[in-house]
Design a protein around this ligand. Structure first.
Ligand SMILES: O=c1ccn([C@@H]2O[C@H](COP(=O)(O)O)[C@@H](O)[C@H]2O)c(=O)[nH]1
Length: 243
């Protein structure tokens, strides 16, 4: 069974290289991997990623959320392969041809290729936000539609909110990876996240991995916060097993 700590990818969202290295060092051993995304990558680029992860560092989730025409996204994926990410993201709303091109580009790396994940509906959006951009489907229906398209288009999994995990696990099967942000322990602030649940609820619903930033990185002792979250997941899992 996958350990609670190894499910957690800590989102290191900063522009500062030293701060990122310190955070990654602090949470090493308390989480399963490090997520570096837009904010860090724009500021520090591939060299910064290498400086944080190192040669034999933790699994890297490179969350660039690529969204462009198929040729450009495929080029972006190929350019990221030397960083050896375990996971990469593109936007499912870029469409099937874009996702297929990305999957094909990743496959060049062979068995060590990154697992390709498609963002469905950002966890910061609710029904009113979707409606404002012309999408009047219920959020869960839109997430399901995009996840099924992602699966058909060769994606290994999706990014979804914890609220859609149980539904997607049933719709997409046991092997489709569900990487889940919008995670908030009861003791953490929601910030800009709108579709959220606790870590224990997300894992109980069937999430494979949890992406957690501010509830860990905003604490005075990030490692202690990560361990606290892992303990909450473990308590829920043990309780479930005992029932
Ligand atoms: O729908 C999405 C997709 C990605 N994210 C990313 O996850 C982390 C969450 O950070 P918190 O501080 O725990 O809110 C962040 O890096 C986002 O870019 C997401 O939140 N929602």
């Amino acid at each position: 069974m996958i350990s609670p700590a190894s499910r957690i990818f800590c989102a290191v969202d900063t522009t500062d290289l030293d701060a990122a290295r310190i955070l990654a060092g602090q949470v090493a051993g308390a989480v399963g991997g490090i997520k570096l995304g837009l904010e860090f990558f724009v500021a520090q680029g591939p060299a910064g990623v290498r400086a944080v992860i190192g040669e034999d560092g933790p699994p890297l989730f490179l969350d660039l959320k690529l969204h462009d025409i198929p040729n450009t996204v495929a080029g972006g994926v190929r350019a990221a392969l030397p960083l050896r990410p375990a996971f990469m993201t593109i936007h499912s709303s870029g469409g099937s041809a874009m996702m297929r091109a990305a999957a094909e580009a990743a496959s060049v790396a062979g068995p060590d290729r990154p697992k390709m994940l498609a963002v469905t509906v950002l966890t910061s959006l609710d029904a009113a936000d979707l409606s404002a951009v012309g999408q009047d489907a219920a959020v869960a229906d839109q997430v399901k539609r995009l996840a099924l398209l992602a699966k058909e288009s060769g994606m290994d999994g999706v990014i979804c909110s914890p609220a859609e995990v149980a539904m997607l696990r049933a719709a997409c099967g046991p092997d489709f990876i569900l990487m889940v942000p919008g995670i908030r322990p009861v003791w953490a602030a929601a910030n800009d996240q709108k579709r959220l649940m606790t870590p224990a609820q997300a894992v109980a619903a069937g999430a494979d991995h949890l992406v957690i930033g501010r509830p860990i990185t905003g604490q005075p002792d990030p490692a202690e916060a990560a361990r606290r979250i892992a303990a909450e997941i473990e308590a829920a899992e043990t309780g479930e097993a005992a029932r």
